[in-house]
Design a protein around this ligand. Structure first.
Ligand code: MG
Ligand code: ZN
Length: 488
């Protein structure tokens, strides 16, 4: 697997409208490969560099990191550290930060924001003037480019401050625009430095370029106007597709962790969510998701429980045979065990005789195989039914699952979390880092109870989209980008 790397470039105080009308070829290239999207500074966050950068690099909001101004005194960065510090201290990953603005790097004004990255470069501007800041950014770019080419940190943050200083001193006019164009040229040099790495071909780089806040026309910020509150993020890298519906500053650090395949610990209590994260494993429902056994099942239930109404029939979807029998035996006029046995044998016959793979299933497995993502089958059907379908899948050339969980193999079945938890455990994966693929509300409930991300492909009953849940018409045409974004 290629080595994963991530570069975050923070450019201070660049208005989105300014950016959009200027020639910024390097940023445009990233946007074309991924996206450029507006970011709205949260309502309770002052539109200032301290609070906004703290949110960007920690992945938590001001209420947690407590950086409320450009004086960082009173912060809680030891509890909610920046990603460069956390990745070094917790995982032993090499990280790098280069910045000129003092509170980011020095124990000054309550800083530093970056507590203890593996390596840092700090070059302060000799004065707070646009010229001095251009010179500072120039030297930071040079030093960062060298570190990127020669050291190849797993996660890096490079800060450029000249556009913000220029707007403060001269307003958002031509000098500001020239400074933004120069920042784009410096971004280009950082990207070239990455491409110049001897090992670049064996690496997968994610690029995140972000600003902290905007400016009023006359220059200056801190207020609540749209011009100040509108920031932006450009992102490109493996699995990053079109812009998500909403991007927030807290999502940047979350995406840094996702880009490295590092699923955040629960106790980090990140407020951000990544917009593209490779699932650590894909857990797939069988009936109605991979094969149209739901039709066979409904035919079987209809034939075995004559006179059943539509509502009762729907309760049989996504449930195990014993659970279905327990619910429906009064209608069938038999005891639950007899009904379960009848349902089971008729269903098995039907599956063997007339089951086909649903559209897109074969392509999905090809994709997962190419990506070396482990898979598990998580079914509420019995072992004999599952084995019959596994044989159909094998005959169709679908690679074998790494684990299978069927009814009766966990204490409780769907809609309880048990089968999904068992599947994740069998694969050694954190359930929260797994993507579950389900067609029924019962299956979705089980996957969500286990804490999995969910990709729903509804068959008989509707499933509404929601947090952690993506809904698609079917599995046909699913891309890597769809898979990375599903259920976030
Ligand atoms: Mg199903
Ligand atoms: Zn500023």
């Amino acid at each position: 697997m290629p080595a994963r790397r991530v570069l975050v470039v923070g450019i201070d105080g660049v208005r989105l409208d300014t950016l959009r009308r200027l020639p910024t070829p390097h940023l445009d290239a990233l946007a074309a490969a991924g996206f450029l999207a507006p970011v709205r500074v949260e309502e309770d966050t002052p539109t200032m560099s301290g609070p906004c950068w703290a949110t960007v690099v920690t992945g938590v909001s001001v209420a947690k990191h407590a950086v409320w101004s450009n004086d960082f005194t009173g912060h809680r960065l030891d509890v909610f550290p920046d990603f460069a510090t956390r990745l070094d201290q917790q995982d032993g990953r090499r990280t790098f930060v280069a910045a000129g603005w003092r509170p980011l790097m020095l124990p000054r004004d309550g800083g530093p924001l970056f507590r203890a990255p593996s390596a840092t470069v700090h070059i302060a501007p000799r004065a707070d003037t646009p010229e001095a800041w251009e010179e500072c950014d120039e030297r930071i770019t040079e030093a960062a480019a060298r570190a990127l080419t020669e050291d190849g940190p797993e996660a890096a943050f490079v800060y450029l401050g000249a556009p913000d200083e220029t707007a403060h001193v001269l307003g958002c006019g031509e000098a500001y625009e020239r400074s933004v164009v120069r920042a784009d040229a410096r971004l280009g040099r950082l990207l070239a430095a990455v491409r110049a790495r001897p090992g670049h071909a064996a690496e997968e780089w994610t690029y995140l370029v972000v600003t902290d806040h905007g400016h009023v026309d006359a220059g200056g910020h801190g207020g609540r106007t749209d011009a100040e509150r509108t920031a932006w993020l450009a992102a490109a890298g493996p699995g990053i597709g079109a812009a998500p519906g909403r991007v927030r500053h807290v999502d940047v650090a979350a995406q840094v962790y996702a880009a490295l395949g590092r699923h955040p610990d629960r106790h980090w209590t990140l407020d951000g969510r990544p917009f593209a994260a490779r699932p650590h494993a894909v857990l797939l429902d069988m009936d109605g998701t991979l094969v149209d056994t739901e039709s066979r099942w409904l035919d079987t239930v209809r034939a075995t429980v004559p006179g059943i109404g539509a509502d009762d029939l729907h309760t049989a979807l996504g449930r195990s045979t014993p659970d279905t029998a327990a619910l429906l035996h009064p209608l069938a006029g038999t005891d639950p065990d007899t009904l379960a046995a009848r349902l089971e044998s008729r269903f098995l016959d039907a599956v063997r005789q007339e089951t086909a793979l649903l559209p897109g299933v074969r392509e999905l497995f090809t994709l997962l195989d190419e990506l070396s993502i482990p898979t598990a089958l998580v079914s509420a059907s019995s072992r004999p039914v599952v084995d019959a379908v596994l044989k159909l899948l094998a005959d169709a050339g679908v690679p074998a699952f790494d684990a299978t969980v069927t009814a009766g193999e966990t204490r409780r079945t769907k809609p309880h979390a048990d089968p999904y938890l068992a599947a994740a455990r069998a694969l050694g994966a954190d359930p929260a880092a797994c993507l579950a693929v389900e067609d029924s509300p019962t299956g979705v409930a089980a996957a969500e109870a286990a804490g999995c991300r969910v990709l729903a492909v509804p068959s008989y009953l509707p499933v509404e989209p929601g947090p952690g849940r993506t809904v698609r018409d079917g599995l046909g045409g699913l891309t890597v980008e769809d898979l990375w974004a599903a259920g976030l």
